[in-house]
Design a protein around this ligand. Structure first.
Ligand SMILES: O=C(O)CCC(=O)C(=O)O
Length: 295
């Protein structure tokens, strides 16, 4: 039987093999970095099993993000790690949290939530340009999400980012389907520029991906994805929090929603709560010699 300690040590070793000074620098400067082969083949199988179980019985938080006349289907679901054993083991035992810890340069990594994003073949629905953090109930800069595809993803269908946008400012979150301002009140944050009107004006980055590869990105990095053609595109995103993250209860229903959390974690509290377990802690390690340069 593998002990929790042994699994954690292995995950940290694996993350250290994949995350070096170049990856840390790319994350710091661009707000997104591709980590090739961060997940092992049996972890990909584990995550696929979790997605199959999730799709067979979506939670009451699930949301269809494609229109009824879409030839494909885009479904999202959130916060299932406590009931989905495969998600639990994938999140707790893979190198994802350790890699996020190295990229964020923090002492401890907590789970924020899991987010399923499946586009079935021929899904026309695009994921519009957006930042993630304005939809959430957290403040702080040390944060990281991993977008982990469990199918091959072509460059044309991958998650794209505008390098450097993680430095801010926060931009207006809108509903994907109707573009409504359902979170911050209309006019309270600047709107996004029309990126698709002139893509060449922006430093857009993105990677063709194989199962096992994943993209790690900051929750303020502007990102978007196209629809898909013939293949499925099964993705699990895992959201991580670093040392400086605090609770920011909102007057509106956040996405995802954590009902009743405000009574337990007042505004400004660190996210110390069983809903957000610690997944990784920095061990005393020799300095890898990386220095911070100007981005
Ligand atoms: O998978 C997608 O289409 C969008 C993913 C995304 O926006 C995210 O993981 O934050």
């Amino acid at each position: 039987m593998e002990t929790v300690e042994l699994l954690k040590q292995r995950a940290t070793e694996r993350a250290r093999q994949v995350v070096g000074p170049a990856e840390i620098e790319a994350y710091r400067c661009d707000g997104a970095v591709c980590l090739r082969g961060i997940f092992l083949p049996d972890e990909v199988e584990l995550c696929r099993a979790g997605i199959a179980a999730n799709m067979a019985a979506p939670s009451e938080r699930a949301n269809v993000a494609s229109r009824p006349d879409d030839p494909g289907y885009f479904i999202e679901d959130f916060c299932n790690w406590q009931t989905n054993r495969s998600y639990h083991d994938f999140i707790f035992n893979s190198a994802a949290a350790a890699a996020a810890g190295l990229l964020m340069d923090c002492d401890a990594v907590r789970l924020f939530h899991d987010h399923l994003l499946v586009k079935e073949p021929n899904t026309r629905a695009k994921t519009p340009w957006h930042q993630d953090q304005p939809y959430y109930n957290i403040e702080g800069k040390q944060n990281c999400s991993v977008w982990a595809p469990m199918d091959k993803v072509a460059r044309a269908a991958t998650l794209e980012f505008i390098a450097g946008t993680h430095a801010g400012p926060w931009l207006m979150p809108r509903s994907f389907m109707s573009s409504e301002a359902m979170w911050f009140p209309e006019g309270s944050l600047a709107d996004l520029p029309d990126i698709e009107a002139d893509r060449s004006a922006f430093n857009i980055i993105g990677w063709e991906l194989e199962p096992g590869d994943a993209v790690f990105f900051h929750m303020l990095a502007l990102h978007a994805a196209a629809g898909v053609s013939t293949g499925r595109r099964r993705v699990l995103s895992i959201r991580f929090m670093g040392d400086d993250i605090t609770h920011a209860p909102r007057r509106w229903r956040t996405s995802p929603h954590f009902p009743g959390l405000e009574e337990e974690l007042p505004a400004g509290s660190p996210m110390v709560h069983p809903l957000f377990p610690v997944l990784w802690e920095k061990q005393a390690a020799p300095d890898n010699g990386s220095a911070h340069h100007q981005c």
